[in-house]
Design a protein around this ligand. Structure first.
Ligand code: PGA
Length: 256
């Protein structure tokens, strides 16, 4: 089967109303029709998920949640279980986003969430990324440790085709001018593949998909696709703008 790139739209806590969410989704539906080789995963806030899921959407558009509970079920006020997300038709879950890590999510909790996702048949998108870079390369050790602690102990069969979104925290929520350069992205995605290979085997590394996230916009998407050695994007703020998201999708789709 031909390998497909992935573009994840992480809407975070936006837009403000369901009406606006439907508008954004409508524009994605329109755009998706011209996209041939790329899967689009829309991750709206929970209250908008079901109403959007009920609308028709092209075959290359999927839904994801931005988070799941680390427990399968039980008395956990405010949490949403993987089963609930799956039950209404969600296919993916972002796990371990840096904004959730900042709220206290540890690698250990993230590993539990990954296990829950696999048990529920939700496809996880594991986020990793350093807070800052330093010339001694300590950020690489940091990323390696995140991958190791999040994935070690999970059954190897689950790691086949694992999706990792590399999102350097310092580059998130800014403009394309402050995003990571395509060359640095290339180096880091190679490093991530190497780490996955060392820890879990070359076959797992080859089958893995590495996305880049952090201020991907219309202006830098093309060069990251060309030089960044990525299998797609995780897009935050630009995924809410039809114009921006259209350019990003087209850039991703051109690669194949
Ligand atoms: P950004 O967010 O595209 O707004 O930088 C990316 C993310 O945090 O997932």
């Amino acid at each position: 089967m031909k390998r497909r790139d992935i573009v994840v739209a992480n809407w975070k806590m936006s837009p403000e109303t369901l009406i606006e969410a439907k508008k954004v989704f409508n524009s994605v539906r329109g755009l998706a029709k011209g996209i041939r080789n790329t899967d689009i995963i829309i991750c709206p806030p929970f209250p908008f998920l079901y109403p959007l899921l009920k609308l028709n959407h092209p075959k290359n558009v999927f839904f994801g949640v931005q988070n799941i509970a680390s427990e399968i079920k039980g008395a956990f006020t405010g949490e949403v279980s993987a089963d609930m997300a799956k039950g209404i038709g969600t296919k993916f879950s972002i796990i371990g986003h840096s904004e959730r890590r900042a709220m206290g999510e540890s690698n250990e909790i993230i590993r539990k969430k990954l296990q829950v996702a696999f048990d529920t048949d939700l496809i996880p998108i594991l986020c990793v990324g350093e807070k800052e870079r330093d010339k001694d390369g300590n950020h690489l050790a940091f990323i390696k440790n995140q991958i190791k602690e999040c994935l070690t102990g999970l059954h190897k069969k689950y790691l086949v085709g694992i999706i990792v979104a590399y999102e350097p925290i310092w580059a998130i929520g800014k403009s394309y001018k402050e995003a990571m350069t395509p060359t640095d992205i290339h180096e880091t995605t190679l490093f991530i593949k190497k780490v996955i290979g060392e820890l879990f085997g070359g076959d797992i590394a080859v089958g893995s998909k590495i996305l880049y996230g952090g201020s991907v916009e219309a202006e830098n998407a093309g060069s990251i696709v060309e030089y960044g050695n990525i299998d797609g994007f995780l897009v935050g703020h630009a995924s809410l703008s039809a114009e921006q998201f259209s350019a990003i999708l087209k850039a991703a789709d051109l690669k194949r």
